[in-house]
Design a protein around this ligand. Structure first.
Ligand code: 5GP
Ligand code: ZN
Length: 113
C-alpha cells in the first residue's frame, strides 16, 4: 500500500528494530516507547481498522494473537503485558495499518485501563 509507513517497514524500505518475523506478521520496537518494553505486532496484510478487515485478514490477525504470548515471553514479559489496538482518530490511531501494541516490562497499574 502506497504511503503506508508500516507497509514500507514490512518491505524493508524503512529500517526497524525487528523482534520477530514470519509470513503473517512483523513485530518491531516502537520508535516512541510508552513503556519499558513497547513493540508493535503488524499483520503483513494492509488494512486500516477492524471495520475494514476481511475473513482472510481476520485469520492472519488470529495467527498474530496466537503467536503473541511466545513473543512476549521472549521479550521477558513473564509478569504480564498489555495489548492495545487503536481504532480510528478518537482512539489516537495515527498509522492506518492495523497493529497491536505490546506494552510491558513495568507495572502499568496507574495508566489507562
Ligand atoms: P497508533 O497511534 O496508530 O496506534 O500507533 C502508531 C505507533 O507507531 C506509535 O506508537 C508510533 O510511535 C509508532 N511509529 C510511527 N512511525 C514509526 C516508525 O517509523 N517506526 C517505528 N518503529 N514506530 C513508528
Ligand atoms: Zn500498510
Amino acid at each position: 500500500m502506497e504511503n503506508c509507513i508500516f507497509c514500507k517497514i514490512i518491505a524493508g524500505e524503512i529500517p526497524s528494530n525487528k523482534v520477530y518475523e514470519d509470513d503473517d506478521m512483523l513485530v518491531f520496537r516502537d520508535i516512541n516507547p510508552q513503556a519499558k518494553v513497547h513493540c508493535l505486532c503488524v499483520p503483513k496484510s494492509h488494512f486500516a481498522t477492524l471495520a475494514e478487515m476481511d475473513e482472510k485478514q481476520a485469520e492472519q490477525v488470529k495467527r498474530c494473537l496466537v503467536k503473541i504470548p511466545g513473543i512476549a515471553k521472549a521479550l521477558g514479559l513473564e509478569n504480564g503485558y498489555r495489548l492495545i489496538v487503536n481504532q480510528g482518530r478518537d482512539a489516537g490511531q495515527t498509522v492506518f495499518h492495523l497493529h497491536i501494541h505490546i506494552l510491558g516490562g513495568e507495572n502499568m497499574g496507574e495508566k489507562l485501563l
